[in-house]
Design a protein around this ligand. Structure first.
Ligand SMILES: NC(=O)c1ccc[n+]([C@@H]2O[C@H](COP(=O)([O-])OP(=O)(O)OC[C@H]3O[C@@H](n4cnc5c(N)ncnc54)[C@H](O)[C@@H]3O)[C@@H](O)[C@H]2O)c1
Length: 292
């Protein structure tokens, strides 16, 4: 039998499916034949994705969920199984971020970002894995990490910590769940044009600055990530688990550039930080003065 990307007969559950990358993945999976449960904190977003899928003839279901809350997550998984007849693929795409310097960051802000991005991934994985193990069925989990699982970003320590956590959660869960034939992988997008990144992609100066950090010279679209998700959801990836796949046009390869961004944010935060040529290492200015 030839392996293929066809998802006919599969049931997928996509959190954060009401917007951006999750919405793109829901569309891709439906076009490959899957029935898709679209879950989101924003029910109207989930409904509009699900209605669009149904209008194209694909079975779909809209669900309201808060991935930070165990009861809400368990109910989401139960309703998916009852309404669509099972569960084969879980995509953890619900995610949040904010710009905040450490000295200004509120405890609530830290808890929110870690709560949605990391705890939410755990709660959804737990609910799906419990069902798969009880039913003795295999499953595939795809976590949305970020290039910031390894590339540090000043002004977003909470986001970076959450995605570093998602990376290790993915690896440890993959090891633990392998005996049950449950695959756990992650996707690490770079800059993808969605509502989450509007503050950068919609401001010309910031847009130019970030584009310089993408070797392929463009921002990604949700469909770029959705194609990689289709690979991880299909039998083409049956020998892949515990892996993070970067989907970023090479952006993680130029992570050193994030220092420029760090200075930019620090200077916006504090006028007293001097503007220095960033290409010179610390002490270079003094050394040059000494030479003359
Ligand atoms: N856009 C990018 O450039 C980019 C880059 C790297 C990683 N990512 C990751 O990809 C994922 C999707 O990002 P996106 O760009 O599509 O963002 P988005 O803002 O377009 O979509 C995120 C969705 O998550 C939902 N959500 C937020 N809190 C929730 C909660 N508590 N429970 C359920 N749903 C909740 C939102 O309502 C929204 O619909 C996130 O995990 C994000 O960190 C995005």
């Amino acid at each position: 039998m030839k392996p293929n990307l066809d998802l006919t007969g599969k049931v997928a559950l996509v959190t954060g499916g009401g917007s951006g990358i999750g919405q793109g993945i829901a569309r891709m999976f439906a076009s490959l034949g899957a029935s898709v449960a679209v879950a989101d904190l924003d029910l109207s977003g989930a409904e509009s994705t699900a209605h669009a899928l149904e209008a194209e003839g694909h079975p779909a279901l809209a669900l309201e969920v808060d991935v930070q809350t165990a009861d809400s997550v368990d109910a989401m998984v139960t309703r998916t199984i009852e309404s669509l007849g099972g569960l084969d693929i879980l995509v953890n795409s619900a995610g949040v971020g904010s710009e905040s310097m450490i000295v200004d960051m509120l405890e609530e802000e830290w808890d929110w970002v870690l709560g949605v991005n990391l705890k939410g991934t755990f709660l959804c994985t737990r609910a799906a894995a419990r069902w798969w193990i009880a039913q003795k069925r295999p499953g595939k989990i795809i976590n949305l990490s970020s290039i910031n699982e390894t590339v540090p970003l000043a002004g977003e320590v909470h986001y970076c910590a959450s995605k570093g956590g998602v990376m290790m959660f993915t690896r440890a869960a993959a090891l633990e769940l392998a005996p049950y034939r449950i695959h756990v992988n992650a996707l690490a997008p770079g800059m993808i044009e969605t509502p989450l990144t509007e503050e950068v992609t919609q401001i010309p100066e910031l847009r130019r600055m970030h584009l310089k950090q993408v070797p392929f010279g463009r921002f990604g679209q949700p469909e770029d990530v959705a194609r990689a998700a289709a690979f991880l959801a299909s039998e083409w990836s049956d020998w892949v688990t515990g892996h993070t796949l970067f989907v970023d046009g090479g952006m993680h390869l130029v992570g050193e550039e994030s220092y420029v961004w760090a200075m930019e944010r620090a200077m916006r935060h504090d006028d007293s930080i001097p503007r220095v040529p960033l290409c010179w290492p610390p002490g270079a200015l003094e050394d040059k003065a000494g030479d003359s």
